[in-house]
Design a binder for this molecule. Structure first.
Ligand code: ADP
Length: 563
């Protein structure tokens, strides 16, 4: 069994190696063929060309296959340089330079997490920088080899360096985006025949217009830009990359022929004209592509956001409807249970008593959940309006503690309060604020494995009234602290798996706090030691109506979430 398995593994490994070898051979062949073709356009000593597509092929190969593609590039570069290079050693050194340069460009592109579809401004800028900086390496190594071997004389060094550099850089800037534009992009719609015809027409138009402009000596070659921009706008990278490549290929061809603007130019002037034209084309079209893609992405995000909002509203409406419908049967259940409990329906058999107690407790839990569902969906749907009443935060806390007293006694819990001596006036909806405080206090009583000890402080800080609720509970792990304010989120703690709850309490609390232009946060939490929640609300300006009446306005009893 074991030898068979290792045999199968060896076969798979062999196949993988075979496939990898084939891929690298393909890279080497593409590099070599492109080099042979473009050497026909050489401007210096049959060796330096105004555009050197192999560099683009090398960068794309390293981006797609990884750094191991460098071996194929090195081999192909050596094969290209051997017959034309000054010596065996010279060809080898030039090949090393030709390999290091695309490695450097690819490393720079990787640093910015280069998008192959070039849909961000940073992609357009980085490919330009990567082309110009990386290729300085191959130009320097190559020109030095030519100088040292006497092929180029001292005063010809910088001319050769410049031609070599821009040639290699143009290979990256124009050929790499073109090759990348050919990669399948599942997100893009398939090109229909009419669209293919339109793209073909625009590319042919670009070639013809560029040709005509470079035939005339009027120096109007940049007039082709609008056509390229239209192609980029209509077809993004799939249009921009080939259009820029075609236009610059025609320009290179005109430079080699010496037509139009190139007629009376020296080699150096030709290179400047050509490369200024090429860089402008590439940058302008790629920046336009990035702009259009970014705008489209933003629109798509806005569309998704609107759809998400609609879905959320529908969900809230459904929850609200379901909770509403559940309320009636629950109140009927509640009514009959209390009639049974208080003996209105006759004496209950002793055997029923325990079951009745459980039923009553569970019905209360059910009511709590339904009320929370209803409240959460109401907060989601209803538009917020500024709270009108001014209340003293200390009173709100006193009342909440009063409401929690019965449960605290049952649990043998202590609730200490430390209230500021001065009033802490805030504008708030007393019922909603009561709900938030009830929830914080009840959570402190619930999520603990020791007799609960709570301390609640009310203070004023700058323009804020603050309530701090500190407990000696189990604490909240750091990874959960951002999540527990989300709808339905509960910490997965086996100690509390039987504690009923909806995971809506803190969500509702945060919504309420935000509607009051306040905040609710976990100020401190330590697993095993406890948690401090802080609720802050903006202090209200003194209000004469309320100040005149120190007794708090009668509050409707806020709902208590008993566990
Ligand atoms: P519920 O109590 O219904 O689950 P909440 O939104 O009030 O909903 O709380 C969400 C979760 O946050 C709780 O399930 C619990 O895991 C955790 N939690 C809330 N308050 C505390 C606290 N004081 N100490 C420890 N955990 C807490």
């Amino acid at each position: 069994m074991v030898p068979e398995l290792s045999g199968a593994r060896r076969l798979i490994a062999l196949r993988l190696t075979g496939r990898e070898f084939f891929r690298l051979a393909l890279v080497a062949l593409a590099y070599w063929l492109a080099a042979k073709l473009s050497l026909n356009l050489a401007l210096v000593h049959g060796q330096v060309t105004p555009i050197w597509p192999p560099t683009g092929i090398a960068v794309v190969a390293i981006l797609l296959v990884g750094r191991r593609a460098a071996a194929a590039v090195a081999l192909a570069a050596f094969a290209v340089n051997l017959p034309i290079g000054p010596s065996l050693l010279g060809a080898a050194v030039i090949a090393v330079g030709n390999t290091l340069a695309p490695l450097l460009s690819a490393a720079l592109l990787r640093r910015v997490d280069f998008h192959h579809q070039m849909d961000r401004l940073v992609d357009a800028i980085t490919i330009t920088l990567a082309a110009l900086s990386g290729m300085a390496v191959s130009a320097t190594v190559g020109s030095l080899v030519l100088l040292l071997s006497g092929v180029v004389l001292g005063d010809g060094f910088w001319g050769t360096w410049a031609v070599w550099w821009v040639g290699d850089a143009m290979g990256v800037l124009l050929v790499a985006p073109f090759l990348l534009s050919l990669l399948p992009r599942p997100a893009l719609p398939r090109l229909t025949w009419p669209r293919v015809a339109e793209l073909g027409g625009l590319l042919a138009g670009t070639a013809i217009v560029t040709y005509l402009l470079f035939q005339s000596g009027l120096r109007l070659e940049y007039l082709v830009l609008p056509l390229i921009m239209v192609t980029a706008w209509r077809f993004r990278q799939r249009g921009a990359a080939p259009a820029a490549l075609i236009a610059s290929a025609v320009a290179v061809w005109s430079a080699v022929q010496g037509t139009g603007p190139f007629a009376a130019e020296t080699l150096f002037e030709k290179m400047v004209t050509l490369q200024a034209f090429n860089v402008s084309l590439a940058l302008a079209s790629f920046v336009l592509v990035a702009f259009v893609e970014t705008r489209e992405r933003r629109e798509e995000l806005a569309r998704l956001y609107a759809a998400e909002q609609l879905a959320n509203q529908a969900k809230s409406a459904f929850l609200s409807l379901a909770a509403h419908e559940l309320r009636t049967p629950i109140s009927v259940l509640n009514g009959y249970l209390s009639m049974l409990a208080d003996g209105s329906l006759g004496d209950d058999p002793a055997a029923w008593r325990r079951s009745l107690e459980i039923l009553t407790a569970k019905t209360r839990e059910l009511k709590t959940m339904v009320d929370q569902l209803l409240e959460a969906s109401r907060l989601d749907i209803a538009a917020s309006r500024p709270p009108q009443a001014q209340i003293d935060l200390r009173d709100a806390v006193r009342q909440a503690v009063e409401r929690a007293r019965a449960r605290a006694d049952l649990l043998d819990a202590e609730i200490a309060t430390g209230l500021s001596a001065e009033p802490v006036p805030v504008r708030a909806d007393a019922i909603q604020l009561g709900r938030v405080l009830d929830n914080l206090i009840n959570n402190g009583l619930t999520y603990t494995v020791r007799p609960p000890r709570l301390s609640i402080a009310v203070s004023t800080e700058d323009t804020q009234g603050i309530v701090r609720v500190a407990d000696n509970g189990v604490g909240i792990p750091e990874t959960e602290q951002g999540l527990i304010f989300e709808r339905f989120h509960r910490v997965n703690d086996p100690n509390f798996s039987n504690v009923p709850g909806t995971g809506l309490g803190l969500y509702i609390s945060r919504q309420v706090a935000e509607r009051h232009k306040g905040r609710i946060v976990i100020e401190h939490s330590e697993p095993g030691a406890g948690t401090v929640f802080a609720l802050s609300l903006p202090l209200a300006q003194p209000d004469s109506r309320v100040a005149a009446d120190p007794s708090p306005s009668p509050l409707r009893e806020p709902h208590l979430s008993w566990r």
